[in-house]
Design a protein around this ligand. Sequence first.
Ligand code: PAF
Length: 284
Amino acid sequence: MHICRTVSDIRASMAGFRAAGDSIGLVTTMGALHAGHMQLVAEARGVHDRVVATIFVNPTQFGNQEDLAKYPRTEARDLEMLEEAGVDVVLMPEASEIYPPGDQTIVETTELANSYHGLVRPGHFRGVATVVTKLFNIIGPDAAYFGEKDYQQLAVIRRMVTDLHMPLRIHGVATVREADGLAMSSRNVRLTADDREAAPVLFRALKEAETLLFRGASVEGIAGHIRDTVSDEPRATLTGLDIVDAATFAPVTGAVTAPIGIMISAQFGDVLLIDQIELTPPKG
Ligand code: PAF
């Protein structure tokens, strides 16, 4: 596995792959890898001749510098995991390589970035769209793989790729969960033992929403049940609950007649967890 630290180094590697006619799959990460990331790598590995991963803790997507400083960094272990999974090249740049001196260009999906979770974390999706654009431009993959857990992030990236005519495919990969349903996340290691035990309430609430939908519940009925379920767990504070049309990301109300996405976020101590589910209403 080749480790690149600079744009020119990784461009040279990619030129070699292209000359050989190899297809390239990309998995972008901020490190602190877990089984969710490895599922992205596995899906890319199954399709492409070459798999490239990036490890870059992107400063522009953190509103709060303390969160940036606290972000877990497990570089040596991350590299071992990527090597074992058959990744060909890893890009691990310094921030100054990605944001050159005088950098002033941003990418923003104006509406999507500033709704739902974007209201709780102003500037977050602008930072994500900007860094992902840079990484796509540097690497030039045929396809990139992103987790469905970050449901709005995936929608932002799809929108941006469509709007800017970026020549690659985006694949959403199903959320990987612990045995008790908790979505894999780099933040899970920061939960206290009690909060870790409480955290599966999010997935439980989402699964109950699925049952309610099959019984014909409305959006308001589903939202009310999720709120009640999470508020019954004293260690959780619900910070966001959005139910959107899965195709357009518009908010929905009333009877559910088309697939919906439910996005939920809750605070456990000082750790903010997010989860999501996409549900299709029964026919008829
Ligand atoms: O999902 C993430 O880990 C990050 O938001 C991403 C896509 C790597 C951009 O920094």
